[in-house]
Design a protein around this ligand. Sequence first.
Ligand code: SF4
Length: 171
Amino acid sequence: MACTELRLAGTEPESIVDGRGIRYTIFVQGCPHDCPGCQNPQTHDFSGGSLVPIDKLIAEIQANPMLRGVTFSGGEPFCQAAGLSDLAERIKAETKLDITIYSGWTYEQLSQKSDETVQHLLRLADYLVDGPYIEAQRDLTLYFRGSRNQRVIDLNATRREGHVILDDLDE
Ligand code: SF4
């Protein structure tokens, strides 16, 4: 059965720091990673935030012609893989926007998860910013991520080539 709501910490309708271009960023509520130095500790509680209808998110996304993409951030998006898959399917069907997902798990860890909803959400994404925030590797000069261990992965190229391809952010 399709999900109609997501539990969110909030949204940023015009972000320029969560991937390429102007993006509608969705901060999901709930995160199990507990990275020391996390900038968004208020997103950790799985019972916090508020329930937001997917229809409302789609309407706001469709109303802005300036958007290049939609970003799922957190919190941990893959803890709401079923609901975000439903939203991602609608974004793919109803817009031309790309989808970037942030996760505290690495691409390899996500790829090995047996949960089919996780695999489905991963297949729907165009870019993945992966891995936990590691304070000792904090670097303010990086595009779209906080610590040097995190990668911006081009998932379409990765699927095509059969191994991890990073997004060339200098293009
Ligand atoms: S994965 Fe992100 S939201 Fe979760 S604890 Fe780490 S930095 Fe914070």
